[in-house]
Design a protein around this ligand. Structure first.
Ligand code: SME
Length: 160
């Protein structure tokens, strides 16, 4: 997994004036395809009602389209304002199962200056699929996306 390569691809798309929805869809596709260990990858967006809503994703459909802050690995990442690396989901008490094939999970927050916009959620069918290096690379994409979310929020305000 090479986060910088993904960021470079996103910068190119941005230069072609690709719209925000297409940009984040492409970002999560590139993440999903970046490692044979990633079997599901999606973006959950945080809404003011403290609910995470599933945005673009790659992999099997999930019933967890809405997740309350504090609920599951995704919701607790937001509640605790930190990334989550779960090497074995069977040992995680606060875990919402999307697929019985999932063995490990990574959640990286898309945030800037303490404001959480969304998160990248990745599932693997392998145990301990997410080492420190992988988390660092996913973080690069999440940080790039945080700037894109912030710019969109600014644009929306200007238009109002
Ligand atoms: N496992 C997550 C739910 C989302 S699915 O993995 C797609 C959780 O515990 O929050």
């Amino acid at each position: 997994m090479d986060g910088e390569r993904i960021c470079r691809a996103l910068i190119r798309l941005e230069a072609e004036s690709v719209n925000f929805d297409k940009l984040i869809k492409e970002a999560i596709r590139l993440v999903y395809e970046s490692s044979p260990q990633f079997h599901w990858a999606g973006i959950y967006e945080l809404f003011p009602d403290k609910v995470l809503r599933l945005g673009p994703f790659w992999g099997a459909a999930t019933e967890h389209v809405l997740i309350q802050v504090g609920q599951g690995v995704c919701g607790s990442a937001v509640a605790e304002k930190r990334n989550k690396v779960i090497p074995d989901v069977a040992k995680e008490p606060n875990y919402l199962a999307c697929s019985t094939a999932t063995k490990s999970e990574l959640v990286v927050l898309i945030q800037k200056c303490g404001k959480i916009f969304a998160q990248i959620d990745i599932d693997s069918h392998n145990l301990s699929a997410f080492d420190e290096r992988t988390v660092e690379e996913v973080q690069k994409v999440a940080d790039w996306l945080a700037n894109a979310y912030e710019a969109r929020a600014r644009q929306t305000k200007i238009r109002k």
